[in-house]
Design a binder for this molecule. Structure first.
Ligand code: GLN
Length: 478
């Protein structure tokens, strides 16, 4: 039977003639059909992928040539455009919509001969932490099917967790890659804001959104990042900083400096077992010769409110384009006034959480409240940016839990949106300040569920972040 460990090992198998791209493709299609009840995939591109896999096998046999992602099977979150394929942000409002171009990130994967296997279920417009806000229904956590996989990129996390593809893409606006990775026991990387082009990524909150990567091996994640990152004339917010060869720079060759916040590790909302595991990891790192210090930080309680004010404001503006006029869902009712027509399309097309956020965002931007909410939240963001910048003058990483608790039970938090928002306490900071952050699956809770360690690095220091993650994961597996 086909078995995947890493891209490097897969490529060695292909070169040695011990496997083919077609065999790999068939293996994953079988897995998807066996585990259909997990509801991770929306569309599976079976025929198209097999045809492409066949062509890759022929090319390799004929020429020996292999792209850097030759035959690597990747799933993409349903917020990424892939030309001539349906994309809907798991929303009824984009029902029936087919992408007319591909996201830059997707183009770059294809150019290296990746195989895109299908698109993955998520919370509607990437708003949520459980994948329960999807027009396609919820996704099950394969480790315990009574629990959520996290969100919003729940399908992307489960696809890797349950072995339905080799790697997957998600998007992370406030933790949507790191938190589901944490809940599912895999690795999830959110790069720096501006590292990967957002062209072709359906927007939630444009100054926060970033494409992220799910995988099990750091070298694979590093390779995908290396391929997708870098300047793009279609996204003016993407950085033109040179892209390091992440995948070949994984040897640290030095000791690291870690900072942590007392308020984060002793937070009343934090599961004490998670707090203890992270404190013990801090001690262990110290014993290994790394520097680990507590640093003062008094902004923790402002982070979630600032995030929800700013992202809902941006979302209310970004989602104004979905009006049912040119594409997407349109009410079947006829003879409506223009205003009624817009109202019906949007009321019927959007789900509850998306509507809540559009209303919140519209409220915080309204003339009478703009200064009280939006301007203040921007000030908090600015304070956070300067505080973080000053920490990174003396430290390589800030270490935190990824989530205050392990995977919730399905339905557990749906009645209490505030409780759901508060659980984002550790992940939203990286998006507010634009730093890269990763969740690495180091721990196991006594309730049987996995949880991760979150590390955040200085802007554009993905090199150190990947190096330390590789180090910690290798140490775990010995
Ligand atoms: N849970 C967060 C939210 O609901 C994160 C979403 C995201 O990163 N897309 O906003």
């Amino acid at each position: 039977m086909f078995q995947f460990h890493s891209v490097e090992q897969y490529h060695a198998q292909l070169r040695a003639g011990h496997a083919t791209c077609v065999q790999a493709a068939e293996h994953y299609l079988q897995q998807i059909s066996d585990k259909q009840h997990l509801n991770a995939f929306i569309d599976v591109y079976s025929e198209e992928m097999l045809t492409r896999a066949r062509a890759l096998d022929e090319q390799r046999l004929a020429t020996g040539k292999m792209g850097r992602l030759h035959g690597v099977i990747i799933g993409i979150k349903d917020v990424l455009c892939y030309k001539n394929h349906r994309v809907s942000a798991s929303s009824r409002i984009l029902q029936g919509y087919t992408a007319i171009y591909s996201a830059t990130a997707v183009e770059r994967l294809l150019a290296e001969e990746a195989l895109i296997i299908g698109n993955l279920n998520c919370d509607e417009f990437a708003m949520g932490s459980t994948n329960e806000n999807s027009a396609y229904g919820n996704v099950l956590n394969a480790l315990d099917e009574t629990r959520v996989p996290g969100g919003s990129s729940g399908g992307s996390a489960v696809a890797v967790q349950a072995g339905l593809c080799m790697l997957s893409l998600g998007s992370d606006t406030g933790g949507s890659v790191r938190q589901p990775a944490d809940f599912c026991g895999i690795t999830g990387l959110k790069p720096s804001y501006g590292r990967i082009s957002r062209y072709g990524l359906i927007a939630y909150a444009s100054s926060f959104d970033q494409i992220g990567i799910f995988g099990t091996q750091i070298p694979d994640i590093a390779l995908l990042l290396e391929i997708m990152a870098g300047a793009d004339e279609y996204d003016s917010t993407v950085s033109d900083k040179a892209v390091p060869a992440y995948a070949t720079q994984l040897e640290p060759g030095r000791k690291f400096r870690f900072a942590f916040f007392d308020a984060a590790l002793n937070h009343p909302g934090l599961d004490p077992e998670i707090g203890t595991a992270i404190k013990e990891k801090a001690d262990e790192l110290r014993q290994q010769g790394h520097q680990v210090d507590e640093v003062p930080f008094d902004l923790l309680e402002y982070i979630v409110p600032a995030y929800y004010v700013l992202t809902t404001a941006e979302a209310s503006s970004n989602l104004a384009r979905f009006d049912g006029v040119k594409y997407g869902y349109r009410t079947p009712e006829k003879n409506l006034s223009l205003t009624e027509f817009y109202k019906k399309n949007r009321s019927e097309g959007f789900g509850v959480e998306v509507k809540r956020r559009i209303m919140l965002g519209t409220f915080v931007l309204s003339a009478g409240y703009y200064d009280a909410y939006f301007t203040r939240a921007q000030k908090v963001r600015q304070l956070l940016c300067s505080k973080t910048a000053s920490i990174f003058q003396s430290y390589d990483f800030i270490m935190m839990p990824t989530s205050p608790v392990t995977a919730f039970k399905t339905g557990e938090k749906m009645g209490d949106p505030i409780a759901m928002y508060l659980a984002d306490i550790y992940t939203v900071m990286a998006n507010l300040v634009g730093c890269p952050a990763i969740s690495i699956p180091l721990f196991q809770h006594s309730n049987g569920m996995p949880f991760g360690l979150q590390l955040m690095a200085n802007r554009f220091d993905e090199v150190s972040l990947l190096q330390v993650s590789n180090l910690l994961l290798q140490a775990k597996s010995v």
